[in-house]
Design a protein around this ligand. Structure first.
Ligand SMILES: Cc1ncc(COP(=O)(O)O)c(C=O)c1O
Length: 388
């Protein structure tokens, strides 16, 4: 008889996928659907990247590479940190992975023993919890609110530390809230984690997509923390499945061993394509896109607020708005389902991001053109008016 492992009970479905399936079904039936649920850029991969990928395929670069990635790309990533953040990173500490999802698996696999705990904010990106469960670890979810920009603070980390705590994970900018951890607060969090003998993991996969300030990398603070990053979001390469991590030197050999066993190598054509991701030509395209995202945020944030969605902390990055919707509903899941059925607008219910009042939260992704967002807002306004 086929039966699932007990750990599967802890892995929750990604509810938005059911919503997406229904949205696709409605589209197939001819309905017009506005997608504000999708967590990936609507822009295609930049042309220079695509061209480099095609060239790699044409040249037969389709075999395995070293498990930690081709040296040229590891060096290019180190160069990116040097140019953009003026921080020197040894390429030997850069590990190229199949998406940042691959990096997260490696990070948990190399550090977490059964029973170890990993602290993270609630709400937060749900898959991170499952990477912990997969290796027998336990997640310690800390409810966070607008007072702390929906992020962990050093005080919260100190307060919730216990003997089983092994690591603390923060994401800046965050999914689902688009909020940042200020550099000085991250420095304090790192100090608390280090003083307690743990490891700080910083998910920087939305790095580059920030709108009101210059941004920084946690690598400016120390080299005994893990940084996770990706070619998916800022670089617009979700389907190429390529990410990276920068790990403390003592963990690198273990990560290499694990990567050899789990992945053999990151996707080869994608690695050659990614060499173009840092070129001047590509960066010019990406910066234009960043400004387009910023303009969308600047439209959507006030437009949703006017409809009664309470976005309680200014979203400064990624492409998400996380709204408190208790003025409109106390069942955000049903609200999202009804909105899809009645007006053809897809959004993500709070229950995908944790247990911290998910029933009164919704995530809106601005991964569509402003004209499309405008139409979405009109439909949402009509939907709310009908319910009144
Ligand atoms: C916070 C966060 N981390 C990691 C990922 C994984 O992305 P990928 O595996 O495409 O790099 C996502 C994807 O949405 C995310 O939002």
């Amino acid at each position: 008889m086929s039966r699932s492992a007990t750990r599967m009970a802890q892995i929750r479905p990604f509810y938005v996928m059911a919503l997406l399936a229904r949205a696709k079904q409605l589209e197939a039936e001819g309905r017009s659907i506005i997608h504000m649920e999708v967590g990936e850029p609507d822009f295609d991969s930049p042309a220079p990247v695509v061209k480099a990928g095609q060239k790699a395929l044409a040249e037969g670069l389709t075999h395995y590479t070293p498990a930690m990635g081709i040296p040229e790309l590891r060096e290019a990533i180190a160069g990116h940190y040097r140019r953009r953040y003026d921080v020197s990173v040894d390429p030997a500490r850069v590990i190229v992975t199949p998406g940042s999802s691959g990096a997260l698996q490696l990070a948990m696999g190399v550090m977490i023993n059964p029973g170890d705990q990993v602290m993270m904010a609630d709400p937060s990106y749900p898959c991170n919890r499952n990477f912990v469960s997969l290796v027998g670890g336990e997640v310690c979810l800390i409810p966070v609110g607008h007072e702390s920009n929906y992020q962990l603070t050093a005080a919260a980390v100190e307060q919730h530390w216990n003997d089983d705590m092994r690591a603390v994970m923060v994401a800046s900018p965050s999914n689902p809230t688009g909020t940042l951890v200020e550099k000085e607060e991250l420095r304090r969090i790192h100090q608390v984690v280090r003083a307690n003998g743990g490891t700080l993991i910083v998910d920087e996969i939305y790095q580059g997509l920030i709108y009101d300030e210059a941004g920084y990398t946690a690598l400016e603070l120390a080299d005994d923390l893990i940084v996770i990053n990706s070619f998916s979001k800022y670089f617009g390469m979700t389907g190429w499945r390529l990410g990276w991590m920068v790990a403390p030197e003592p963990l690198v050999d273990g990560i290499d061993k694990l990567a050899q066993n789990i992945f053999l190598s990151p996707p080869t054509p994608a690695q050659y394509a990614a060499l173009e991701a840092f070129s001047e030509e590509t960066v010019a395209i990406l910066e234009e896109r960043r400004l387009a995202f910023q303009a969308r945020r600047d439209y959507l944030y006030p437009a949703l607020s006017e409809l009664g969605f309470n976005i309680r902390s200014t979203p400064k990055g990624a492409f998400y708005l996380y709204a408190d919707c208790r003025g409109l509903t106390d069942d955000s899941y049903q609200f999202a389902l009804d909105l899809l059925e009645q007006e053809g607008v897809a959004i993500t219910p709070g229950r995908d991001f944790g247990d911290n009042h998910p029933e009164v939260h919704l995530r809106f992704a601005y991964t569509a053109d402003i004209a499309v967002l405008r139409e979405g807002v009109e439909r949402i306004a009509r939907f709310i008016a009908k319910r009144a």
